[in-house]
Design a protein around this ligand. Structure first.
Ligand code: CU
Length: 119
């Protein structure tokens, strides 16, 4: 019985250490987020293509320079955010695998397109 109790305590300690390691990694990721400046004017994203490293959280600082509201939307990134006219927004993007991720202003999606390239 004593041996079993010791074993269980050791397992518990190992599990606690593993949990701590996971949260420590999470904190490190949050610190290394890539920040990208993006503006929106005359129904165009500038730049139309933005680039970020793979497997790192991304923060898009979006400036809507148009007087009207727009809606930043990306189906592949599962993001939707309404940005009022003449205002800024912060868009948090989870770490992504390499690839091309399209986004649009949903209110003008035929013309207002951009791409996030992750590599
Ligand atoms: Cu939408």
């Amino acid at each position: 019985m004593l041996l079993k109790a010791t074993f269980t305590a050791t397992m518990f300690a190992a599990a606690a250490a593993a949990l701590f390691a996971v949260s420590a990694t999470g904190a490190a990721n949050a610190q290394s987020a890539t920040e990208i400046q993006l503006s929106y004017k005359d129904k165009k994203f500038d730049p139309a293509e933005i680039t970020a490293p793979a497997n790192t959280p991304i923060v898009i600082k979006l400036k809507n320079l148009d007087a009207k509201a727009m809606e930043f939307e990306s189906k592949p990134l599962k993001i939707e955010k309404v940005v009022a006219g003449s205002s800024d927004a912060t868009i948090n993007v989870r770490a992504q695998k390499p690839g091309r991720y399209e986004f649009v202003d949903e209110y003008n999606e035929k013309v207002a397109k951009g791409t996030l390239v992750v590599k």
